[in-house]
Design a protein around this ligand. Structure first.
Ligand SMILES: *[C@@H]1O[C@H](CO)[C@@H](O)[C@H](O)[C@H]1NC(C)=O
Length: 142
């Protein structure tokens, strides 16, 4: 789960792959996002000789645009190998849940002023103070 205001660069999760090859050159891995991220909201980062890859946030999340993502990561050998290609074990799905961030309520003005004549009876109406609607101001920004 990530709050929708998580910054680009935020680590989502780390995935690890194993390779039974003994030859180091045949163990070099290439990771990629195969599906579930058409807008490039996520990216992958790993050291060339590492068996771990970090899935990171690349762009801002938006709960309204997508409350969750199913990112499919695939690992392949860098070397062209003989034999069967990558099997089901070469892919993993990362489900990312986006948490709504509701802005705090705010009053519509920082200060209010009302003029009241001296003779005003108790219980008279002076002025209305109300919070501005955060949802309304959000949608007017967009
Ligand atoms: C991403 O969000 C930050 C604040 O949360 C904002 O300042 C920035 O403009 C946003 N970037 C894009 C590309 O929308």
């Amino acid at each position: 789960s990530l709050p929708e205001n998580a910054k680009p660069g935020t680590l989502v999760t780390t995935l690890m792959a194993t390779d039974a090859d003994l030859e180091p050159a045949f163990r070099l891995m290439d990771f990629s996002i195969e599906a579930g991220d058409p807008e490039g909201i996520f990216d992958l980062a790993w050291e060339p000789d590492s068996d771990r890859v970090q899935l990171r946030l690349h762009k801002n999340l938006s709960y309204e645009a997508a409350p969750h993502h199913e990112v499919v990561v695939v690992v392949q050998n860098v070397e062209e190998l003989l034999g069967p290609g990558p099997g089901p074990g070469s892919t993993a799905t990362v489900t990312v849940l986006v948490e709504r961030v509701v802005p705090p309520l705010k009053l519509d003005q920082e200060s209010y002023e009302a003029s009241v004549p001296v003779s005003t009876p108790a219980g008279s109406f002076l002025l209305t103070i109300q919070p501005s609607n955060p949802m309304r101001s959000l949608s007017s920004i967009q």
